[in-house]
Design a protein around this ligand. Structure first.
Ligand SMILES: Cc1cc2nc3c(=O)[nH]c(=O)nc-3n(C[C@H](O)[C@H](O)[C@H](O)COP(=O)(O)OP(=O)(O)OC[C@H]3O[C@@H](n4cnc5c(N)ncnc54)[C@H](O)[C@@H]3O)c2cc1C
Length: 405
């Protein structure tokens, strides 16, 4: 049991740590928020390309279906503080929100900096002590929690680990939370990059191409799965919403190759090709196919068959045409083995969820130790789900901590 004016230490001033701090602070406690950066919310500023897709407008089950790993862990805390509670919190604090395509919620100003400014103001108002440029090196518990920091040693009654994962390590999320969790005996599910581009083994001779409504399939050693939507195909990687979703779903298994169906709504592609070629029998095939396929893609596909783009349409053999049709429906590319965290939006993996109380975020191994945000083995797709995980877990921890104090 913790005594009056308890000291709460929170390591990490990302969305999870900040939200925990402003919700824990009351007249019964002192809250210290540590970050190795000079300001709060360094990664938060980058979210949604600087616009901050702060949460999703999807309703309960639909929302939870976008949590890829360990969504069951979120049920309890999400019932306490869900996406609509977050929108309400923002609106009460004079941040107007709007819902864009696919139910993505943004601040109306489209500025992540407005969210960071609000959090800075709340930290000041609530008198949370923010320790900027303060790196925590190690933590241990001997009665109280002892923290070794770049500004000296400090002791706390309650400790919240909100260090994030490993993605975009230059923002400060460099995996320290995992080290701290392990030092308390927690199990770590191997952190792997998620929501990152699919890197290609061989460079493609194309210009970057934005493609809509295509089907992209991933192959691992034992599974094939697919996504439909928009992608950006570049010489060295594939990104865009459908590619990111695909990578995230396969993040824990190795995707060895991917294949793209450029015309997923057309079954009898051979007949369509015949029509295009017959319409302009003397025209070079490279020109005949314009209007049906993007120019840069035509060249790549013809090279792959191989057919010269200058070959007259009426001289294309049946075999060449069939091969072209098959490439349009099933354009296969090998993917690179090594991907890193520098371009991953989130980390898949982290502190094992079965060792954390899903209602309170308290460690089941160490009393008064809490985990919030991306450091936990839970992650979602793009669309505001990962920030909401941070807010939901932080809020639940704050309720439980305040109840103790
Ligand atoms: C480019 C990009 C865009 C994104 N866009 C979106 C989006 O639009 N919507 C969405 O929902 N999600 C988005 N995400 C994901 C989302 O930003 C993260 O899931 C979220 O920030 C995790 O919050 P967190 O507080 O758990 O960790 P973080 O935001 O990673 O914060 C952890 C903090 O802990 C600090 N820290 C770590 N170790 C120590 C230590 N030893 N001592 C002191 N401080 C330490 C770090 O400096 C950091 O500030 C995006 C991610 C990236 C990289």
């Amino acid at each position: 049991m913790v005594k009056f004016m308890a000291k709460v230490g929170i390591i990490g001033a990302g969305p999870a740590g900040i939200f925990a701090a402003i919700n824990i602070k009351n007249s019964n406690n002192e809250v210290y928020l540590f970050d190795k950066n000079d300001k709060i919310g360094r990664k938060l500023l980058l979210t949604g390309n600087g616009r901050c897709n702060i949460t999703s407008g999807k309703v309960y089950d639909d929302f939870l279906d976008h949590i890829i790993r360990n969504k069951d862990f979120l049920y309890s805390s999400f019932s306490t503080f869900d996406n609509f509670a977050m929108i309400d919190f923002l609106n009460r604090n004079k941040i107007e929100t709007l819902i864009e395509e696919d139910d993505k919620v943004f601040p109306k100003s489209m500025k992540a900096s407005d969210i960071v400014n609000l959090f800075e103001e709340l930290i000041r108002k609530k008198q949370v002590k923010f320790l900027a440029n303060t790196k925590v090196f190690s933590v241990n518990k001997d009665g109280r929690f002892n923290l070794e920091t770049s500004k000296g040693q400090m002791e706390f009654d309650i400790l919240v680990i909100a260090c994030g994962g490993l993605s975009y390590p230059k923002t400060g999320s460099s995996g320290d939370g995992y080290k701290f969790a392990k030092s308390f005996g927690h199990t770590l599910i191997e952190p792997l990059p998620s929501l990152c581009p699919l890197y290609l083994k061989k460079t493609l001779p194309i210009k970057a191409l934005s493609l809509s409504d295509i089907e992209i399939r991933a192959y691992t050693d034992d599974k094939v799965f697919s996504e439909v939507g928009d992608i950006l195909l570049t010489p060295n990687f594939i990104t865009g919403p459908a590619a990111l979703r695909l990578q995230a779903r396969g993040a824990r298994s190795r995707i060895t190759k991917i294949s793209i169906d450029f015309k997923r709504n057309i079954d009898d592609l051979d007949r369509i090709l015949i029509n295009y070629l017959d319409k302009n029998p003397k025209k070079a095939i490279g020109n005949s196919l314009k209007g049906f396929l993007t120019e840069s893609l035509i060249e790549t596909l013809l090279d792959e068959v191989p057919i010269s783009k200058n070959k007259p349409s009426n001289q294309i053999t049946k075999e060449e045409r069939k091969k072209l049709a098959s490439l349009i429906k099933n354009f296969t590319l090998e993917t690179r083995k090594n991907i890193n965290f520098n371009s991953a939006v989130v980390t898949s993996g982290g502190v094992k969820t079965t060792e954390i109380n899903p209602k309170t975020m308290e460690s089941k191994l160490v009393e008064d130790l809490y985990f919030v945000g991306e450091v936990i083995d839970i992650d979602g797709l793009t669309g505001g789900f990962n920030l909401q995980i941070a807010f939901t877990t932080a809020y639940s921890a704050s309720l439980a901590i305040k109840e103790k104090l």
